[in-house]
Ligand binder design. Sequence first.
Ligand SMILES: Cc1cc2nc3c(=O)[nH]c(=O)nc-3n(C[C@H](O)[C@H](O)[C@H](O)COP(=O)(O)OP(=O)(O)OC[C@H]3O[C@@H](n4cnc5c(N)ncnc54)[C@H](O)[C@@H]3O)c2cc1C
Length: 225
Amino acid sequence: MAINHFTLQEKKYLTQDVFELVYEAENDFEIFPGQFITFLLPKTWFARAYSVLYKDAKKIYCIIKRLENGRGGSKEICDYEEGVVLRGVGPTGHFIDSKKENNKLYIATGTGIVPLYFLVRDLLSKWFRKSLKIVLGNRTQKDLYYIEEFQNLKNQFSNFDFEVFLSREEASSFQKWYVWDFLVQENIQKFEEFYICGNPNMVDEVESKLIQNSVSQENIFREKY
Ligand SMILES: Cc1cc2nc3c(=O)[nH]c(=O)nc-3n(C[C@H](O)[C@H](O)[C@H](O)COP(=O)(O)OP(=O)(O)OC[C@H]3O[C@@H](n4cnc5c(N)ncnc54)[C@H](O)[C@@H]3O)c2cc1C
């Protein structure tokens, strides 16, 4: 597996604890949408996986949440300033598109949206014709980002749609509650494949709801953070 060097070129806040980080790789590489890089962090000595949001020549875009109560990997990577060079392994991962012409539903919480954005953007750029829909869960409106980008995709492509569920928002123009609330039988039946990414409990909950509704395991793709 290839080790590469990634120079942090741009860093910006998307919310108070989520950053968009743009790295330039020393050596160009091929990636399948949905895959991740494992960064080797020199201070904590942790290896931490981060999905790629998209890739443009040697640049990769990542979105990383700085977890105040974690063991420190996300704090370390988010606290570096532009110019830092990190070693990274990959890309790796099996959370990639099936390459089947099916209607596809994508379900994420929080930064689980990262690989889904890459998967959907890639299919739309290739003029994929079947329905693609993202259901995104977060806590409050303040935790949201990339909504404008999803809205732009929706305006541009009639086969793409997205819906946001906020679990802790009273006054909201978005749907309330949890992503699995979307999974009523009528909605599930519109899709043949399901890609789930984010919080491990959510991934398990969504998967069991799909299986209860007779979705076969081979049409469920999962990535737990
Ligand atoms: C394949 C893969 C891809 C990943 N891609 C991303 C990504 O694109 N962006 C990103 O921010 N993280 C991503 N993660 C999570 C990341 O690898 C680390 O686990 C995370 O940054 C926490 O590291 P830590 O050392 O700060 O805390 P840890 O002590 O390792 O984790 C503390 C707790 O936080 C939970 N957690 C992990 N990631 C998140 C998150 N993003 N939001 C909320 N809770 C979380 C863990 O389940 C764990 O219970 C990915 C994980 C995997 C396995």
